[in-house]
Design a protein around this ligand. Structure first.
Ligand SMILES: Cc1cc2nc3c(=O)[nH]c(=O)nc-3n(C[C@H](O)[C@H](O)[C@H](O)COP(=O)(O)OP(=O)(O)OC[C@H]3O[C@@H](n4cnc5c(N)ncnc54)[C@H](O)[C@@H]3O)c2cc1C
Length: 508
């Protein structure tokens, strides 16, 4: 490689989108990933991608839904970008027939909670992530300017607030260094740290810690979204998600007596995700049932999930399937501007690791794959624009850095403590217990991240969006704003009425 590459950390939808946009413009790219793409959250996505494409729909209506569900904390400008660029982001997948099409050649749309229109496009078998990712991976593999690096990034080199490269550990355990013209974090969220989660264990917030230690700002860490229907098992199928689209088709959620747990809510099973998650969490055991629906429809529309469940001994169309609320999505992340720049020069963040301002206190269903597509591309375009000024300083000496492998080990007690005290329903007493437990653990990257989450969760003395504070059941205007974390300044609160802390440094 003659020119220094852009290093993209992560091979999920956001990393691949960024890498492909760069490669199409002739920019060499290295994609570093610690897991195969099929094990990323992107590869596991089951619902679909939201885009205002159906007759009578409009990006403005999609933006309205997003702003309503995100409970005052999403940035309207960034949401407009997301919804108005959605159509062009999904068109290539429609043209390539990766997504399910009707006989007229137009995409098939399904309905999900929080959307006023049926606007979710999905793959034929419902395993949308696998279909989108398979397509993107094949495309990326056709570029000789994209190099693949199997390894876990364990440290960013960022001197004087400028990212210059990264340290990674190869599968053989060697520590190596890669110099880069820009570094893009596309490393996903942190919901896999919870014991009950739809995410794989590897979704452990690495990028949040890498960015924080490099001097970047994090925000909204207290906002974790819980999915109401994760298969309730400790055996095979642990962490398997039963997509919201099942409820879109009419699935019921039943208590042990066979009564619908949401019959009192006007939207019933299609109530907002936080409402359903809280009901499922507090009324355990809860079962998802599709027995009243034509089984042929269920088998046809969800053939992928039907297969996955049958391998665990369940029949989706005929059984009452036990479900529970599990950690699903991190709304917070590394603070960026509208093109993924962080406040460390040459360091970008895209996808779930980023806090670009479109998910607020509660992500709207099917907006995150879309975020990866839209904002992944925007970051690449900004890198290409900034390129002349991104030429790195010479000489590119490998910076000295101590990487302590033990810091990457998650304490075994932590996941169940997160379930207990930092879940969909929380209170001061539980948060304090978690804080005390953290003090008794060996300090590591995961404990540092959770300390920041607990600190914001304690300070947010209200119920807003994805979680409910038992001791502060209402939303409070006092907390209409974001908690930021920065190494030099600790925790800072900024009301939405003030300019946000999103202040990328000028590229030198
Ligand atoms: C079961 C499930 C179903 C979902 N369904 C939907 C849906 O239908 N629609 C929707 O919009 N959203 C859905 N989501 C959410 C959505 O899938 C994710 O938000 C999105 O895929 C995140 O993409 P990403 O590219 O940011 O990160 P990810 O897809 O999580 O990829 C992260 C990448 O970073 C790599 N990585 C992490 N740390 C390191 C490190 N230290 N060094 C090197 N590499 C690293 C990983 O190996 C991986 O390649 C779902 C999520 C789950 C878990």
């Amino acid at each position: 490689m003659d020119r220094l590459p852009v290093l993209v950390i992560g091979s999920g939808i956001s990393g691949l989108t960024t890498a492909l946009t760069l490669a199409e413009a002739g920019q060499p790219v290295v994609i570093a990933a610690k897991t195969p793409w099929s094990e990323s959250n992107s590869g596991l996505a089951q619902g679909g991608v939201a885009a205002a494409l159906s007759p009578g729909d409009h990006p403005r209506l999609h933006a309205e839904d997003t702003l309503r569900v995100t409970r005052g904390l999403a940035d309207p400008t960034r949401v407009d970008i997301l919804t108005s660029q959605a159509a062009s982001a999904v068109q290539p997948f429609i043209q390539s027939r990766v997504l399910a099409l009707g006989p007229d050649g137009a995409p098939k749309f399904s309905q999900e909670a929080g959307h006023q229109r049926a606007r979710i496009v999905h793959a034929r078998d419902g395993l949308t992530g696998r279909a989108l990712m398979g397509h993107l991976i094949r495309k990326a593999q056709s570029y000789s300017s994209i190099h693949w690096l199997d390894g876990k990034v364990v440290g960013l080199a960022a001197e004087n607030h400028q990212a210059e490269g990264a340290y990674y550990r190869s599968p053989a355990g060697d520590l190596d260094y890669l110099a880069a013209t820009a570094v893009v974090l596309a490393s996903g969220g942190m919901a896999g740290l919870y014991a009950t989660s739809s995410n794989p264990d590897s979704t452990s917030g690495d990028g949040l810690i890498l960015a924080y230690l490099a001097g970047a700002t994090l925000a909204d860490l207290e906002f974790v979204q819980f999915h109401p229907t994760v298969l309730a098992t400790k055996g095979p199928g642990r962490r398997l998600l039963l997509t919201e689209a099942l409820r879109g088709l009419g699935a019921h959620l039943l208590n042990a007596a066979g009564e619908r747990i949401l019959k009192g809510h006007p939207d019933q099973e299609l109530a907002p995700r936080d409402v359903v998650a809280q009901a499922v969490f507090s009324q355990q055991p809860v079962y998802l049932s599709m027995q009243h629906l034509p089984s042929d429809d269920v088998y046809r529309r969800f053939s992928g999930l039907v297969q996955q469940l049958s391998e665990c001994g369940w029949d989706l169309a005929r059984d009452h399937i036990p479900v529970t609320a599990g950690a699903h999505f991190s709304m917070g992340g590394v603070v960026t501007d509208s093109v993924g720049r962080t406040d460390v020069a040459r360091l970008f963040a895209v996808g779930e690791v980023a806090m670009v301002g479109v998910h607020g206190a509660n992500r709207l269903a099917s907006n995150s794959l879309l975020e990866g597509l839209v904002y992944g591309k925007r970051a690449a375009q900004a890198i290409l624009t900034d390129h002349a000024r991104l030429t790195p300083r010479k000489p590119l000496a490998r910076p000295a850095m101590t990487v302590r492998p033990e810091y990457w080990t998650v304490p075994s007690r932590l996941p169940s403590l997160l379930d207990q005290h930092l879940g969909v329903i929380r209170d001061q007493d539980g948060l304090q217990r978690l804080e005390q437990a953290l003090q008794g653990m060996q300090a590591c990257h995961a404990t540092l991240l959770i300390q920041m989450m607990v600190s914001s969760a304690m300070a947010r003395q209200e119920s807003r969006g994805a979680h409910m504070r038992r001791d502060y059941p209402e939303a409070s205007a006092q907390f209409a704003g974001h908690f930021y974390h920065q190494q030099d300044h600790g925790r800072i609160f900024r009301p939405i009425s003030q300019p946000s802390a999103i202040s990328p440094l000028p590229i030198p």
